[in-house]
Design a protein around this ligand. Structure first.
Ligand SMILES: *Cc1c(COP(=O)(O)O)cnc(C)c1O
Length: 404
């Protein structure tokens, strides 16, 4: 098994000091850059030379600083920042697929990605078959002569089903396809490129930024693929334009050094809460629990020492019970905040069927195992863990009528 130490990878990535020796890199906000002479301008535009900056929709020094760190973290040759996670996903799929092409995708993915694949891309005659991506045989059976891409999340949103990335990579490469993995739920914990993923996409909005104060995304892959995305004539990022702002790149870059610490703590607390809920006899799902259907698989995929991530779900039986529990957790116990998204320092709680997965039809929700009373907890790390466990226990005892 390949060993990856994300902390070491980040640490060994070349440091960029700021102007005047600043310990933080400088922010290069220029949209356009001066070149030495007319020949240089022509050579930079033709791609004959790559040693300078021209215009920030293509490349920007501060965005490059972040991208170098992301590539190191993900063990890919290169990375590119985007304006959002959806921009990363959409431009990646548009780059890999043409009119008439086909995608095999996991049926358990983020609502926006599901809508992109189910509704928007078919309007461009790029179609998708949705399957259970934890079943490589089902994925293989869905491949057609037109298939170009296998698309999955490492940990499916919101059911936390785990994709067997190694097996999916084997299926993809046996058929000459690209495996694209959305690793938004498990940065540092899993490094999909080392398990065989060709392209790793992220919503940096979540754990990687960690402060719920900006929207951003990234695409990590080969040098050649990033170059294609930025091609002057056909690059999907270059020509649709969802590039990253240098100020956003700077903010995220300054939060990368403590990402491993944060992931470890998100994971430690999520594990403790999952164990508590399981002990109370509740229907909890967390990839760190032995009761999770793909626990063994996941344990063989994670980088050692970072836990199993910060996401857990609790099936409250009905939408009404889920909503009552959310109300008590936020308004009576101050346990966390009723909000979508994840990766914040406070715990964020949402009812998936009525929020981030509401784009997915009721039947498809049933098929992917998304119960109407499923609460998603994105576990934070503020407050004492002991205090949080007490708050959680009081709330579930009150609302779900469990007795210890
Ligand atoms: C939030 C999210 C996205 C979309 O990212 P944005 O930054 O909101 O565009 C994609 N995939 C997953 C798994 C997400 O949680």
């Amino acid at each position: 098994m390949q060993f990856h130490n994300p902390e070491q990878a980040l640490e060994q990535c070349s440091r960029t000091l700021g102007e005047h020796g600043g310990v933080a890199p400088s922010i290069s906000r220029s949209s356009t850059f001066v070149v030495d002479d007319p020949e240089s301008m022509a050579a930079l535009f033709s791609g004959e030379r790559e040693d300078g900056f021209l215009y920030s929709r293509s490349f920007n020094p501060t965005v490059n600083v972040l991208c170098r760190s992301l590539a190191a973290l993900e063990a890919t040759e290169a990375a590119m920042g985007t304006a959002s996670g959806m921009a990363a996903i959409a431009t990646t799929l548009l780059q890999l697929c043409r009119h008439g092409d086909h995608i095999v995708a996991s049926d358990t993915i983020y609502g926006g990605s599901h809508a992109l694949l189910e509704t928007l891309l078919p309007q461009l005659n790029i179609t998708t078959t949705f399957v259970d991506s934890s079943d490589p045989a089902a994925v293989e059976a869905a491949i057609t002569p037109h298939t170009r891409v296998i698309y999955s999340e490492t940990m499916g949103n919101p059911t936390l089903r785990i994709a067997d990335i190694r097996a999916l990579a084997t299926v993809a490469h046996d058929h000459g396809l690209q495996l694209v993995v959305d690793n938004t739920f498990s940065p540092v914990v899993v490094t999909p490129a080392l398990l065989g993923a060709d392209v790793v996409v992220y919503s940096l909005t979540k754990f990687i930024n960690g402060a719920s104060d900006l929207i951003a995304g990234a695409i990590c892959g080969s040098e050649a693929f990033i170059r294609e995305l930025m091609d002057l004539h056909s690059g999907r990022i270059m020509l649709t334009g969802p590039t990253m702002d240098p100020r956003v790149a700077f903010d995220i870059h300054q939060r990368l050094p403590h990402l491993p610490l944060r992931m470890r703590e998100h994971g430690r607390r999520a594990m403790a809460m999952a164990e508590l809920l399981e002990d109370l006899g509740l229907t909890v799902r967390y990839p760190g629990l032995a009761s999770h259907p793909q626990h063994q698989l996941f344990a063989g995929m994670v980088n050692q020492g970072y836990g199993y991530g910060g996401m857990l779900t609790l099936d409250c039986g009905s939408r009404g019970q889920a909503e009552e529990l959310m109300r008590v957790l936020q308004n009576e116990e101050q346990f966390g905040l009723l909000a979508v998204s994840l990766g914040y320092f406070d715990t964020l709680i949402s009812c998936s069927s009525a929020s981030t997965s509401s784009e997915i039809g009721e039947l498809d929700q049933q098929k992917m195992g998304l119960a109407p009373g499923l609460l998603r907890l994105a576990v934070g790390y503020t407050g004492s863990l002991e205090g949080r466990l007490h708050q959680l226990q009081r709330a579930v005892e009150k609302v779900l009528a469990v007795s210890v």
